[in-house]
Write a protein that binds this ligand. Structure first.
Ligand code: ATP
Ligand code: MG
Length: 270
C-alpha cells in the first residue's frame, strides 16, 4: 500500500467575488519511507496542495489518502513544517514548550514528553536552547525549532513547505543535511516542497515537477544519485548537473505552458 495517494486533487478558492483555481488536477503517490521533493513555479499551488494533504483545507475535487484512509482533517500521524516559520512558533512560549505543545494532544505522560522534547532538540543541535524564547534565536535556529517540534511528534509523514527559503545559504546547507540525516535515521516519509531546483535534486529520491497554474503534475523524475550525499561532492557530480538541468528545462517549459508528457523516469546520462 502507498503511504500517500493524491488522486485527481483540485482546489478552487472562492470568495470576495474572486475565484482562483489553485490546483487543477494532481495525481501522484508517495511510498512509505520515501523522500520526495516537489518543485513548481511560485503561485502554482504547492502550499495549497500540502494543506489539502494535511487536512487543513478541503479539496474541491479528488482526494488524499494516508495509509489507505481518506484525509478529512489533520491526521494523527502527520506533522507539518510551514513556510513561514516566524509565525509558526508561539513567541510567548519557550522553545521547549513550543516543541512540547503538540505532544500534549497525544496524551503522553509528562516524563515521555520531556524525553521526546530533549531528543528532538538534540537532533537539531539545539539541546541548550530549550529555555530560550523563539525571538531570542536566529532565523535558522527558529527553523530548527520548528523541525524539532515536528520530529518530537514522531510522525510517519512529514510535510515541509519551503522550510529553508528564508535562511542564509550556509544554514540552509546544514539544514538540508540535517533533514537527510534524520530521514535516513528515522525512516520517516517526507514530502518536501521547494522552489529551489538544486535543493530538490540534492535532497530527493524523486522530484515531482508541477506545472504553472492551472496546476498538474508536469513530470516525475527519479534521482539516481547515491544515497550517501554531501554538499561538497554531490553538487559537483556530473550526474547532479544533468539532473538539475533536466528539472530546470521542465520548469521553463511548465512556465511557457508547453504540454509535456507526465512520466516517471530519469533522463539518460549524456
Ligand atoms: N486562502 C486563499 N484564498 C484565495 N486564493 C488563495 C488562497 N490561498 C492561495 N490562493 C491562491 O492560490 C494560488 C496558489 O497559491 P499557493 O500559496 O498554494 O501557491 P505556492 O505554489 O505555494 O506559491 P509560493 O511558491 O509563492 O509559496 C495563488 O494564485 C494564490 O493567490
Ligand atoms: Mg507556498
Amino acid at each position: 500500500m502507498h503511504a500517500l495517494v493524491v488522486s485527481g486533487l483540485r482546489k478552487v478558492y472562492e470568495g470576495s467575488g474572486r475565484r482562483v483555481e489553485a490546483v487543477r488536477d494532481l495525481t501522484f503517490t508517495v511510498e512509505a519511507g520515501e523522500l520526495v521533493c516537489l518543485v513548481g513555479p511560485s503561485g502554482c499551488g504547492k502550499t495549497t496542495l500540502l494543506k489539502c494533504m494535511g487536512g487543513l483545507l478541503t479539496p474541491t475535487g479528488g482526494e488524499v489518502r494516508l495509509a489507505g484512509e481518506k484525509v478529512s482533517g489533520p491526521p494523527p500521524g502527520m506533522a507539518f513544517v510551514f513556510q513561514e516559520y516566524g509565525r509558526s512558533l508561539f513567541p510567548w512560549m519557550r522553545v521547549g514548550e513550543n516543541v512540547e505543545l503538540p505532544l500534549k494532544q497525544k496524551g503522553l505522560s509528562k516524563a515521555r514528553r520531556r524525553e521526546l522534547v530533549s531528543d528532538a532538540l538534540e537532533s537539531v543541535g539545539l539541546a541548550d536552547a530549550a529555555g530560550a524564547y523563539p525571538w531570542q534565536l536566529s532565523g535558522g535556529m527558529q527553523q530548527r525549532v520548528a523541525i524539532a517540534r515536528a520530529l518530537a511528534y514522531e510522525p510517519q509523514v512529514l510535510l515541509m513547505d519551503e522550510p529553508f527559503a528564508a535562511v542564509d545559504a550556509q544554514t540552509r546547507a546544514d539544514l538540508e543535511d540535517l533533514v537527510r540525516g534524520l530521514w535516513r535515521e528515522r525512516g520517516i516519509t517526507i514530502l518536501f516542497v521547494t522552489h529551489d531546483i538544486d535543493e530538490a535534486v540534492y535532497l530527493g529520491q524523486r522530484v515531482i515537477v508541477l506545472s504553472a497554474s492551472p496546476t498538474v503534475v508536469q513530470e516525475q523524475l527519479k534521482v539516481d544519485l547515491p544515497d550517501e550525499r554531501d554538499q561538497l561532492h554531490t553538487r559537483v557530480a556530473p550526474r547532479f548537473a544533468e539532473l538539475r538541468t533536466h528539472v530546470y528545462e521542465q520548469i521553463q517549459s511548465a512556465k511557457r505552458g508547453t504540454p509535456s508528457l507526465t512520466k516517471t523516469d530519469t533522463p539518460p546520462p549524456h
